[in-house]
Design a protein around this ligand. Structure first.
Ligand code: NAP
Length: 259
């Protein structure tokens, strides 16, 4: 549990909040005092995250916060717009911190990749971030509020990965989208940064064959895969005023892989 309460007045919307990195981000932001809107395709998983936030061991004050869970498919424009409306209705203000963690893989070699596999990964990982971010910043700008947008990309968006043309393209797109948004929104007091995790132990990487995990681990200067908490730590920094002069950055959390 974090000792600082850097996000005491923040309302944080987190997508992909029902699992892995998204769940760890919710825990870390709540631990720093934020109220959390935990959003996921899987509503039961998002509710479970919210339950975990109020569990024993929470710091005083954090327990009294009313976190809430929301179901959303981020790849659907109407759902993304409706999510922002629901969150604003629930908390009477737009989220000041937005962390897009929702993401999927559908791996295949380029020679065999179907159009459907391409389209679905781009729709969730890239268009989903555009939709949530656009709805959130529209709400922030129209209410004259400042904010911090954090998009989870991947180191694969920078260096590519065999079997992941769709995923690598989506994650490279997130970097460009985030940098462009940073240029457009700085004058509104909205910072936009992306985080590029390397290989992190979550349900997403549990699908990798052990042989591949061993090979990747052998390439990591730190000698082990990262934890969701390693990523959440950086997200909390980017959400807080400690990073008040950082925007348009792509922060690598890779244990030194592909530096
Ligand atoms: P994860 O454990 O699979 O969590 C992803 C979450 O996103 C799941 O709860 C999933 O729900 C949800 N989701 C999927 N499609 C969605 C949609 N259309 N709308 C809303 N929510 C949706 O994966 P993770 O490893 O924590 O990954 C989180 C993010 O980090 C992803 O963007 C991923 O690409 C990125 N990343 C991960 C790693 C890594 O090594 N793990 C490395 C680099 C980047 P369901 O379970 O219901 O599908």
């Amino acid at each position: 549990m974090a000792t600082q309460l850097r996000l005491r007045s923040a309302l944080a919307l987190v997508t992909g909040a029902g699992s892995g990195i998204g769940r760890a981000v919710c825990a870390r932001l709540a631990g720093e005092g934020a109220t959390v809107a935990a959003c996921d395709l899987d509503e039961a998983a998002a509710r479970k995250t919210v339950q975990l936030l109020g569990g024993p061991g929470s710091e005083e004050g954090v327990l009294r916060r009313n976190h809430a869970a929301f179901q959303v498919d981020v790849s659907e424009a109407r759902a993304a717009r409706s999510l922002l409306q629901q969150v604003q209705a629930c908390f009477s203000r737009p989220p000041s911190v937005v962390v897009s963690c929702a993401g999927i893989t559908q791996d295949e070699f380029l020679l065999q990749m179907s159009e459907d596999d391409w389209d679905r990964v781009i729709a969730v990982n890239l268009k989903g971030i555009f939709l949530v971010m656009q709805a959130a910043v529209q709400a922030l700008v129209s209410s004259g509020s400042h904010g911090s947008i954090i998009n989870i990309s991947s180191i694969v968006g920078k260096v590519g990965n065999v079997g992941q043309t769709n995923y690598a393209a989506s994650k490279a797109g997130v970097i460009g989208l985030t940098q462009t948004a940073a240029r457009e929104l700085g004058r509104h007091g909205i910072r936009c940064n992306s985080v590029l995790p390397g290989f992190i132990v979550t349900p997403m990487t549990q699908k990798m064959p052990q042989k591949v995990k061993d090979k990747v681990t052998g390439m990591i200067p730190m000698g082990h895969m990262g934890t969701p908490e390693d990523v959440a730590e950086v997200v909390a920094f980017l959400a807080s005023e400690d990073s008040g002069y950082i925007t348009g950055a792509s922060v690598e959390v890779t244990g030194g892989l592909f530096m």
